[in-house]
Design a protein around this ligand. Sequence first.
Ligand SMILES: [Zn+2]
Length: 236
Amino acid sequence: MKRAVVANGRRVEYTLIQSSRQNVLFQALPEAGLRVYAPKYLRLRDVDDMVRQRADQLLDMQRQSEARLEADRRAHPVTDGSPILIEGKRCVLRLRQGSRRTGKLVGDEYHLTLPCPDSDADVRAAIRATLSTVALKRIRERLDYYGPRIGRAPGRVAIREQKSRWGSCSRKGNLNFNWKLIMAPPQALDYVVVHELCHLHEFNHSPRFWALVAAQLPDYAVWKKWLKAHGEDLYL
Ligand SMILES: [Zn+2]
């Protein structure tokens, strides 16, 4: 659940994860932002208060985690031959210089062409952009497959750079997906596709909603858990 508080004029956004745990845990992730794990019985405004009281410390943790990721990126530039995770498989990046930016999965290699293949930032941006296109194509294929089975067709479908969400469904029936799903195993991508399609029937997370998901994917819980456990490893 997304939450935000204001402390000393600064906005602190965080994702609240409620569980059966007994204590509160604060975590800063460079791409997913701040996370607060809290027991279910704790009231939302009490969690907000805890975040507000620790605002300086939490914003500091966030800055440090982003700095660590930046340092890690500098230490490990993405270059020809670098490993890259696609559809849950470890692939090898093949870099070429060319006038147009294109990306193509060829067996276990990802062939990336771009005008300036020397700058790490350009290479990363090109991977994101081209993998987003690959992701959209794959997601449309899976929507075409599951849509008729679920009996719903989405409105607009788009890829968004979302920090900590895999997909979302609007009241109008438009669906958004996170480009990083293309790095996850295909079953995890299917789970998110089915999840969002089922919201076109049930705009909630009721038992009826989960029964619709389970009717398509009996083992959906495995992939739901997988994304929770490994989602943070999917970054570039
Ligand atoms: Zn949902």
